[in-house]
Design a protein. Sequence first.
Length: 252
Amino acid sequence: MSVLDKFRLDGKVAIVTGASSGLGVAIARTLAEAGADVALGARRLQGLRRTRALVEATGRRGLVAQVDVADAEQCRRLVAETVGELGRVDIVVNNAGIGEIVPALKQDRADFQRVLDVNLSGAHWMACAAAQAMTDGGSIVNVASMLALTTAGSPQAAYAASKSGMLGLTRDLAHEWSQRRGIRVNAVAPGYFATELTDAHLESIDLLVQRAALRRIGEPDELAAAVLFLASPASSYITGETLVVDGGFAVG
């Protein structure tokens, strides 16, 4: 196998959550370009259908499933539908996430809990559901955030707490499953990327990224490439790790 072949996912089936918009779209398309069939999960069906079209344009199969990852039963259903339609599960990218900028003293209990339920618990439930189906091993990639490692100076306590928790979850599941089940579990910690979400706050973000060593926001394909690395055999000796993809924000 050549070094480039190690990045191929031919014959593999991936699940990508949060695939209706933003980084999830780029990740799903990249995995398909590398050869994987891709099951797409999110709450917004219209966006999922657009992503499926991108997946199928590569010649791969796409599956759309409306899912709220905060519900463990819906995660199990997504895995079951993926196995039923696409035959197996080899890769999971836990990309679904929510968050808002709100001072800690003004965020109520329900809003705080909802962020934890989606970002942290949702990643756990999806990982557990998929692990049951990964009979030949596999790779789980959790999309955390640079805010798990540093602060951007804006009030995002719930979001930062949930993403920090994902790093601990990643380490623990890697320790538990890598040898026993042959499942590698890693995380990426993205910084600011050009998506419809950041487009709405581009002026303030441009000021923030002056702190980054590369002095720019990232392109979604740059994160997707990092996810592909961790999902593919190219990273076969890596588990329990966090790959920071932030343009040098944390060290700027």
